[in-house]
Design a binder for this molecule. Structure first.
Ligand code: NAD
Length: 287
């Protein structure tokens, strides 16, 4: 068996085309969706991510503003800006680009974002919503994975899902979202003993550990769906995921490449969350 390679770029373009139509309709009704992005410090990767988000917004007609602060800014100043943005009716989404400098209390900064503008879905209110299956803003990366599975008509209900990685931004929300869709979910992490004994059971294997070649063909069931969230820069400059792509694609039924898999979907779901937030603000105006 040779896997179908899921083209994340193509799926993302399709979703973005639908979002552009929704934005056009919102603008016709008098509201242009707005996103505010906060970035603190000079992290070059963060700057690239922010530039990508701004570009994706402008492509669908969302107005975005970047609020950049030097690394030595007091966190109260950043929180003050967030509170001002919370009150700004032209802003429907606020995101803080992570990581923040070490001196920052990340939870406090994220907690300052109004939960109805928390388009990254990291505020405790939205995390709690995820746990009870009623979140307003699903976190963008796992939401993007779910969208890809839906796009390929891959069934989720009743499937064995193994998520490798238990971070707050990818692994844990991914597990909760697929459990909400009635999958049987297992989460593995760096302290898991004998990872392969779990991964081999997966009908759908989602890997988000940040370790190149963590998943080898012998760890994957024939016919499994393999979603590689990892992004790793090798010493020779190449970008790879966590899965031995060439080996595993000989066994899986579907596989996502890196780059060009989950990455483009993450930014797209941020755009999606911002558009939905704007639509909710508009309908709230009339109630
Ligand atoms: P993280 O470092 O916060 O968490 C990594 C998780 O993987 C932890 O739970 C850890 O216990 C687990 N892990 C580490 N080594 C392991 C091992 N050997 N076996 C099993 N589990 C192991 O990372 P994160 O923020 O969740 O990101 C994970 C990866 O996904 C990174 O490569 C990151 O760059 C990438 N990522 C990609 C996107 C995207 O849009 N494609 C978005 C976010 C993160």
């Amino acid at each position: 068996m040779v896997a179908k390679v899921i083209d994340g770029k193509a799926v993302a373009l399709k979703v973005r085309a639908e979002l552009r139509e929704q934005v056009t309709s919102l603008v016709e009704r008098g509201l242009r969706p707005g996103l505010a992005v906060i970035i603190v410090g000079e992290n070059p990767a963060s700057r690239v991510y922010v530039a990508n988000k701004v570009k994706a917004c402008s492509e669908v007609g969302i107005a975005s503003t970047v609020h950049a602060f030097p690394a030595d800014t007091e966190d109260t100043i950043v929180e003050g800006r967030i509170r001002a943005l919370n009150q700004d009716p032209s802003v429907h989404g606020i995101l803080v680009q992570l990581p923040l400098p070490e001196s920052f209390d990340v939870r406090r900064v994220l907690g300052a974002i109004s939960s109805d503008k928390d388009v990254d879905g990291f505020h405790l209110y939205n995390v709690g919503g995820l746990v009870v299956g009623d979140t307003v803003f699903p976190p963008c990366t796992p939401f993007g994975v779910q969208k890809m599975l839906e796009h390929e008509n891959i069934p989720i209900e009743g499937q064995n899902v193994v998520v490798v990685g238990a971070s707050n931004i990818v692994g844990k929300p991914m597990a909760l979202m697929l459990m909400q869709r009635d999958a049987t979910v297992c989460i593995c992490h760096a302290k898991t003993r004998d990872l392969a004994q779990f991964t081999i059971l997966a009908d759908i294997l989602v890997v988000a550990a940040g370790k190149p070649n963590l998943i080898l063909p012998q760890m994957v069931r024939t016919g499994a769906v393999v979603i590689d969230v990892g992004i790793n820069r090798l010493p020779d400059g190449r970008l790879v995921g966590d899965v031995d792509f060439e080996g595993v694609r000989q066994k899986a039924s579907y596989i996502t490449p890196v780059p060009g898999g989950v990455g483009p979907m993450t930014v797209t779901m941020l755009v999606h969350n911002t558009v939905q937030s704007a639509a909710r603000h508009l309908s709230a105006r009339y109630h």
